[in-house]
Design a protein around this ligand. Structure first.
Ligand code: ARG
Length: 369
């Protein structure tokens, strides 16, 4: 334990405790010696006493971000936690530089469709410094509230309203990408349109139903979560956008299917000629399966990485086995891990998971708007 004496900064004591926990477990996993651990802890203690915070080494940042993924209880894709690529942008200071780094992230993560798991980490939160990206994901479609109902993604109405109030021009389409909203400290956020050449989207077709194209559905290639905070050893990175690739059901069983999102099932059901007045016809289930087939096959034929829920569950099983072999306990949130289509066909459905939160991890943070 540290001998912490200075009365210095609010929360420093907590930072010390968290830092020590992180350094000990991280350095042990990395096969560092006891001497290296003690030396690093001493250094950190000095930094905290002097400044109220400390700075991670590149290695700590990189491994911390990976551990945060490994500890993400809701994520079924964790087999690949160690393949996360970590881009260190802690030196970046202006909104324009943040935007530039986000463009780089999009380009590298998209990788012409062979999606790479990637995180870009900006400046850690200080006493009077912070960076926030207001968007939930770097790519997200606007949701316009009109007298005839919502056009676009109902999940985005608040940010859409904000952007319009800031002078962003609404186009009233169903798939208009929102601008990136970047805030530094308490300054007014700046808005940036994503350059056209960086936008990868997949038009959705069904391999057997040619009418499916008439629905004019499309979705973006890469889900890059941008509003969560990455917490490593008592330090918070409030801007640390990260991505993996999609599992088909995220799009086909939620984004397109939820009544409070694009709500496509009634239309698909009736185009399939199903009896949409009878629950017993299982028209929703049939429509859902065909919609998910359309999503998977469209991504595949566009050359964009995607995984079906059966394969993802098998990969998760492998992750569990690997972790057990190394002697680590897998934590998980069952309610999130089971896929929203045919959950009982996967092993995940049939066992309990311990939903305790280990750190490092990614956390929700208070909405800035
Ligand atoms: N469920 C979210 C969406 O549909 C994406 C969450 C992250 N997903 C992922 N495969 N990494 O946009």
């Amino acid at each position: 334990m540290f001998q912490y004496k200075s009365g210095g900064f609010y929360l420093s004591e907590n930072v010390l405790i968290e830092a020590e926990k992180f350094i000990r477990s991280c350095y042990k996993e990395l096969n560092k010696t006891e001497k290296e651990i003690e030396e690093r802890l001493h250094q950190i203690q000095q930094q905290i006493t002097e400044f109220g915070y400390y700075e991670h080494t590149k290695l700590e940042l990189e491994y911390g971000a990976k551990l945060a993924w490994r500890n993400s209880n809701r994520c079924i894709g964790r087999l690949f936690w160690n393949q996360l690529e970590v881009i260190d942008k802690r030196h970046v200071e202006t909104e324009e530089e943040v935007f530039e780094a986000l463009c780089d992230h999009i380009k590298n993560a998209t990788n012409n469709g062979r999606i790479k798991p990637l995180i870009t980490v900006f400046l850690q939160k200080h006493l009077n410094k912070s960076i926030r990206i207001w968007n939930h994901q770097l790519f997200r479609y606007a949701g316009y509230e009109t007298t005839e109902g919502i056009i676009g993604d109902p999940d985005s109405t608040e940010l859409t309203n904000y952007c319009i109030n800031q002078g962003w021009l609404p186009k009233y389409g169903r798939f208009d990408l929102l601008p990136l909203v970047i805030q530094i400290n308490n300054n007014k956020p700046k808005l940036f349109d994503i350059p056209k050449e960086l936008i990868y989207e997949v038009p959705i077709y069904h391999p057997d139903y040619s009418w499916f194209a008439d629905l004019q559905l499309k979705w973006y290639a890469v889900p890059i979560i941008s509003n969560m905070t990455l917490e490593i050893g008592g330090i918070s990175y409030t801007a640390a956008p990260f991505n993996g690739w999609y599992m088909g059901t995220e799009i086909g069983a939620r984004n397109f299917a939820d009544e409070k999102r694009y709500n496509m099932l009634p239309q698909i059901g009736s185009l399939m000629g199903l009896d949409t007045n009878s629950n017993q016809s299982l028209w929703k289930d049939k429509a859902l399966v065909e919609l998910n087939i359309a999503v998977l096959s469209s991504y595949k034929s566009s050359g964009v990485t995607i995984v079906d829920h059966h394969t993802a569950a098998n990969q998760f099983k492998k992750f569990e086995e690997k972790e057990m072999k190394i002697g680590r306990k897998v934590t998980g949130n069952w309610t999130w891990l089971i896929p929203p289509v045919s959950p009982a066909t996967t092993h995940i459905f049939h066992k309990p998971y311990n939903n305790v939160t280990e750190k490092p991890n990614y956390f929700y943070q208070k909405r800035p708007f």
